[in-house]
Design a binder for this molecule. Structure first.
Ligand SMILES: [Ca+2]
Length: 333
């Protein structure tokens, strides 16, 4: 099904691809469903999550009371910080790119420093997922940025009408995002260092916070991704899907490492301007770990399905549903 790559034992051939039964589009609760023929494979392992999803959607009205979608791209109007290194500004903590981070630039170890995201008026935030430092390896240089830099031990997350403290373990929380429920309208969310853990150098970093909720349409651009010339998909988010538009690409095996970086998928998506801004994530569906991409609209989803099916013969599927992200694998930039 898939060619060998990297010469490693842990490559996507060890990942069960989503060999699907049908391509199913579910758009909100008024959606259209298109079915196509089934292709069986000996690697087929799926109970079909999208099939059960579509049945549930059709049979259950009214819709669930709250839809949480990732709103980093659509509701953020700015960011600021108590201090910031010129090359690592505050917005880098909210750009959905693990490769970039906010770095404080004050004397000391970063205790008391903060970074804050500013949101479009009327934004309701359901929850945030915050990391505790900078988990990437530098490129170029391959420097371990987690080891090099300080990380949060206790982080205070505060918003217009509340606050909560969360803690990170430097030894085991690299790459882990902690969830904080907010469930209210707020104009800003601040992430403050109450206590920090030391790295080799004495700078505190924060690479990524994901924000989930909703904000009024219009006023600010829906998409912040600037598309290259010649792309055929529009930059706007699909209005027919007011949740996440998700293309499931693979079902990892139980033996697949939790930090597996899906080199074949990276190769497939990176460098293709059509997929800029696409977020490849792991989530849990029907109790099962799955990998897929959150895309901005149906045009991109169709293109991804076409490309992935061509390369992997996996017949991937798309659905519109709130995705609880367990881990962001990479963002196509
Ligand atoms: Ca970042």
């Amino acid at each position: 099904m898939l060619g060998d790559e990297d010469g490693t034992k842990i490559a996507e051939p060890e990942v069960r691809m989503s060999v699907c039964i049908s391509k199913i589009w579910v758009f909100g609760f008024v959606g259209a469903i298109a079915l196509s023929a089934c292709r069986k494979s000996e690697e087929t392992v799926q109970p079909e999550p999208a099939a059960s999803l579509s049945a549930a959607v059709i049979n259950s009205a009214p819709p669930p009371p709250k839809i949480s979608r990732n709103i980093n791209a659509s509701c953020i109007v700015g960011a600021r910080a108590s201090s910031a290194h010129p090359r690592h500004p505050a917005i880098h903590a909210f750009d959905e790119k693990p490769s970039t981070a906010w770095n404080e630039d004050a004397d000391g170890d970063g205790t008391g420093e903060w970074v804050e995201v500013l949101l479009k008026p009327g934004t309701v935030v359901h929850y945030v997922e915050a990391s505790g430092g900078w988990s990437a390896m530098s490129n170029p240089g391959n420097v371990d940025l987690w080891e090099h830099n300080n990380s949060f031990r206790i982080m205070k997350v505060s918003w217009d009408s509340g606050q909560k403290e969360i803690s990170f373990l430097r030894g085991s929380d690299r790459g882990t995002k902690k969830r904080v429920d907010i469930d209210t309208e707020t104009k800003a969310i601040r992430f403050s260092a109450v206590e920090v853990d030391r790295g080799r150098f004495n700078d505190l970093c924060l690479d990524d916070v994901l924000i989930y909720g909703d904000c009024p349409a219009g006023e600010t651009p829906v998409a912040t991704v600037e598309l290259a010339a010649g792309t055929k998909c529009p930059p706007t988010r699909d209005q027919a899907c007011d949740s996440d538009l998700f293309v499931q690409l693979a079902t990892p095996l139980p033996t697949t490492p939790l930090s597996y970086d899906y080199p074949l998928t990276q190769k497939l998506l990176r460098g293709n301007p059509e997929f800029r801004g696409t977020r490849v994530v792991e989530t849990t569906r029907n109790g099962r770990r799955v990998m897929g991409a959150i895309v901005r609209n149906r045009c991109v989803a169709d293109e991804l399905i076409r490309v992935a099916d061509e390369a992997m013969k996996s017949n991937p599927q798309a659905s519109c549903e709130p995705i609880r992200v367990d881990r962001t694998v990479f963002v196509v930039d």
